[in-house]
Write a protein that binds this ligand. Structure first.
Ligand code: NAP
Ligand code: GCO
Length: 260
């Protein structure tokens, strides 16, 4: 089982102050990794660092906007110089805008693409330079059901997550020769702040997801920990360019009529 240990490793998790980011970071910490948690909000970062300390994990906080090239470069240089080498990167930070396409402003579309697709490129570029020099590293991009499926109102999000799947494969193609494994996780529907508006009891989408998911429930953020530790550890040293869907079976089935 030493294949799964992260002792001596250091992991940067973008958007790691709550939701899926915090759950995955806690999993990495419990497997032995030192954590570097990023967010765009100072308050959320402070509260999150208190939570990581409360559960006995070693975590540093870095405030930067993942879409801002200069801020990201400075942050990565600062981490590498003052904290230490980044062994594991999780590109988790993300936003969604649920707007019918014909009503969506290009500025809204661009903002979603910026955070969900261009930012993983920017952060990976600056972290990748150090990983390539060390000929070692793990990058995990957080994809989505929308990397494979469309849905009313989430056009920009689907475009970004579809693009992130292919960015993952291309990064794996370019970096595997440097002993860097780049893979993705595609969560199904998970209970977090991001899905709160569509997970209200009685909301048609809430009932739809429960019937559409063979497991018959929403995912709990902790359901991602096993896959995250696998992709961050030596256990996945020959796994490159894969997207592992953790979705309770959504992508495996056409679903069934709600009255069945
Ligand atoms: P969430 O609760 O909304 O968390 C998103 C995180 O990203 C927050 O910490 C947010 O910070 C941070 N963030 C947003 N813009 C940022 C920026 N410009 N710079 C730095 N940090 C930024 O969402 P979640 O549900 O945990 O989702 C996490 C990831 O999983 C996202 O990529 C999402 O698309 C993906 N995902 C979620 C689900 C699901 O069912 N929940 C399923 C599949 C994929 P603030 O809170 O301070 O804004
Ligand atoms: C939505 C949801 C989804 C989930 C997730 C599914 O409005 O459909 O927010 O996008 O967040 O990405 O995998």
């Amino acid at each position: 089982m030493n294949l799964f240990t992260l002792n001596g490793k250091r992991a940067l998790v973008t958007g790691g102050t709550h939701g899926l980011g915090m759950a995955m970071a806690k999993g990495l910490g419990q497997a032995g990794a030192e954590l570097i948690i990023n967010d765009i909000s100072a308050d959320k970062l402070d509260n999150a660092l208190k939570e990581y300390t409360r559960v006995g994990l070693k975590a540093h906080g870095l405030l930067f906007d993942v879409t801002n090239d200069a801020e990201v470069k400075n942050a990565i240089d600062k981490i590498e110089k003052e904290i230490g080498p980044i062994d594991i990167l999780i590109n988790n930070a993300g936003i969604i805008k649920r707007i019918p396409m014909v009503e969506m402003e290009a500025s809204d579309f661009r903002q979603v693409i910026d955070v969900d697709l261009i930012a993983p490129f920017i952060v990976s570029k600056y972290v990748g330079r150090h990983m390539i020099a060390r000929k070692a590293g793990k990058v995990i991009n957080i994809c989505s059901m929308m990397s494979e499926l469309g849905r009313d109102t989430v056009s920009a999000y689907a475009a970004a997550k579809g693009g992130l799947k292919m960015l993952t494969r291309n990064m794996a193609t370019e970096w595997a020769k440097y002993n860097i494994q780049v893979n993705g996780i595609g969560p199904g529907y998970f209970a977090t702040e991001q899905t709160a508006p569509i997970r209200v009891n009685g909301h048609p989408f809430n009932d739809f997801i429960i019937s559409r998911t063979p497991a018959g429930r929403w995912g709990n953020p902790e359901d991602l920990i096993g896959t995250t530790v696998f992709l961050a550890s030596a256990a996945s040293d020959f796994v490159n360019g894969q997207i592992i869907y953790v979705d309770g079976g959504i992508l495996a089935t056409i679903g069934k009529p709600s009255n069945e």
